[in-house]
Design a protein around this ligand. Structure first.
Ligand code: FMN
Length: 397
């Protein structure tokens, strides 16, 4: 979400201004274009040259002594999002009152898009009735406020007032940039490869890392959905996602089938074993036991089970293919899905464990659409764009 977005970072005069340099760096590393604006007091805490070196452009500090004729409106017209970190007591008061008396507040008041504020101040300043009133007004006006956190403050005090950490501010920016088009939607995602026990220590598994399913769950949560992720893999570190850990195809099927009737959209991105050992040993098998063969039996078909539910959600399946797509087209036609996402796991950059994926969308009538090689996060965003569009077409007029 942050990659190639235009972000104006405003820095005001608090001791936490030194952390604004780390925030600027994190945004640049995430692929954003970053421009900066500082209050006079901020320049006492952080050198403008530092922000200039990190972002590649000089901060605007003085509205009347800048190469641009109208730097605040230029920045506002350019930005997708403005973040103020740290936001001082004084700056919060100015913004709550609608004052535009310095380069930072003038830029914010000239800007019509999302604004994230990261307040930082001593506990007494944060708890002052004027600040409490101003923060309530700012929330009402639609500003997004991240932090402050509790912890050690400048001068040895401890309490609420520490600026949120740069990573948390980046997450708040990410959320603010996401379209909230999944708000109110309940989403169920499965991810990872199942493990089918041979004995208590060995299993038949596959190479799925869960990254694609994680990206889909994260994107849905960012866009406002209530997300449940049923997974065998390490889940994303995102407290908006309810995680249901499972191991086997049977456990995954039970978890998915129980929840599917309650949700609006189910995306089945897990690599589920088709077969499992029919009689797993209840103790560790030893070499001396000998083992000529492991008899297998089919696992439950999670996709079909959901497709056949009388009250089924909008259903998206994934199909890992090796080579041609004929199997995926057959699966899309026969399984009763609304959309199938096929990928050739033998292709470079498209297999299990990679951060990228090259997918082909297959419609229930077999029509295909090939997407280029994309980051899995980007595949997830585009997939949600498509699901939103397809559900819109289905909705009664
Ligand atoms: C050493 C020092 C540290 C300060 N730290 C903070 C702070 O963390 N938060 C805050 O709201 N004000 C802090 N102030 C006070 C602000 O710098 C002062 O209110 C200033 O007018 C803020 O202006 P600005 O919002 O235009 O940057 C500090 C002042 C000094 C001298």
């Amino acid at each position: 979400m942050i990659a190639s977005r235009r972000i104006v970072l405003g820095v005001t005069g608090g001791i936490a201004a030194y952390k604004a340099a780390a925030l600027a760096r994190a945004l640049v590393l995430a692929g954003a274009e970053v421009r900066t604006v500082m209050t006079d007091s901020a320049t006492r805490f952080l050198g403008p040259a530092t922000l200039a070196a990190i972002t590649g452009t000089r901060p605007v500090v003085d509205l009347f002594d800048d190469p641009a004729v109208s730097p605040h409106t230029d920045l506002a017209a350019w930005a997708d999002l403005v973040v103020i970190a740290p936001a001082t007591t004084a700056t919060l008061a100015r913004l709550a009152a609608g004052l535009s008396s310095d380069a930072v507040s003038a830029t914010v008041i000239a800007f019509a898009g999302p604004v994230v504020l990261a307040p930082a101040m001593h506990t007494e300043m944060w708890e002052h009735p004027a600040t409490v009133r101003n923060v309530a007004t700012l929330r009402d006006d639609g500003y997004r406020i991240v932090g402050p956190a509790a912890g050690p403050l400048a001068g040895g005090d401890v309490g609420i007032g520490r600026m949120a950490e740069p990573d948390d501010i980046v997450s708040a920016i990410d959320a603010a940039l996401a379209p909230g088009d999944l708000e109110g939607l309940r989403v169920l995602v499965d991810a990872g490869g199942t493990r089918e026990p041979i004995d208590p220590v060995r299993y038949i598994g596959n190479r799925s890392s869960g990254k694609m399913g994680n990206a889909i769950a994260r994107a849905a949560a960012r866009r406002g959905a209530a997300v449940t992720l049923v997974t065998t893999a390490e889940p994303p570190d995102d407290d908006r996602i309810e995680v249901v850990p499972v191991e086997t195809a049977q456990e995954m099927a039970e978890a998915m089938w129980r929840r599917a009737p309650e949700v609006d959209v189910a995306v089945l991105a897990a690599a589920v074993a088709d077969f499992r050992p029919a009689r797993p040993a209840d103790r560790k098998l030893r070499r001396t036991d000998g083992l000529e063969a492991v008899p297998l039996e089919p696992t439950p078909d999670i996709l079909r089970g959901i497709a056949e539910m009388p009250e089924r959600p909008f259903l998206v399946g994934f199909a890992a293919q090796v080579g041609d797509l004929a199997g995926a087209v057959d699966k899309a036609r026969s399984k009763g899905v609304d959309l199938l996402v096929a990928n050739d796991v033998s292709k470079e950059g498209s297999g299990f464990g990679t951060d990228t994926n090259e997918v082909v969308l297959v419609a229930p009538d077999g029509a295909t659409e090939t997407w280029p090689l994309l980051a899995k996060d980007e595949v997830a965003e585009r997939l949600w764009d498509r699901i939103v569009a397809l559900r819109g077409e289905e909705a009664p007029t």
